[in-house]
Design a protein around this ligand. Structure first.
Ligand SMILES: [Zn+2]
Length: 75
């Protein structure tokens, strides 16, 4: 089961829960039992590393000069 991180809007606390995907949006706060909890992005599920590398490679192309590395001095 994946580990999800939640934020409670009532007691303003964050907590982590192991829940199945089926019940991922059906949890209550572990402290105040409020239903006003919001699921945060899972640390494990977020493809951060690969995404950042990809956008870094893409950035020079959107700069307009097409030099591909910022070495042309147009930045
Ligand atoms: Zn709470």
């Amino acid at each position: 089961m994946p580990l999800f991180e939640y934020y409670c809007a009532d007691c303003k606390s964050r907590f982590e829960l192991l829940v199945s995907h089926k019940h991922a949006d059906d949890v209550v706060c572990t402290k105040c039992h409020s239903e006003k909890v919001r699921r945060l992005l899972s640390v494990f599920a977020a493809p951060r590393g690969a995404g950042e590398d990809y956008s870094f490679d893409d950035a020079p192309a959107t700069g307009g000069c097409g030099c591909g590395g910022g070495s042309c001095g147009c930045h």
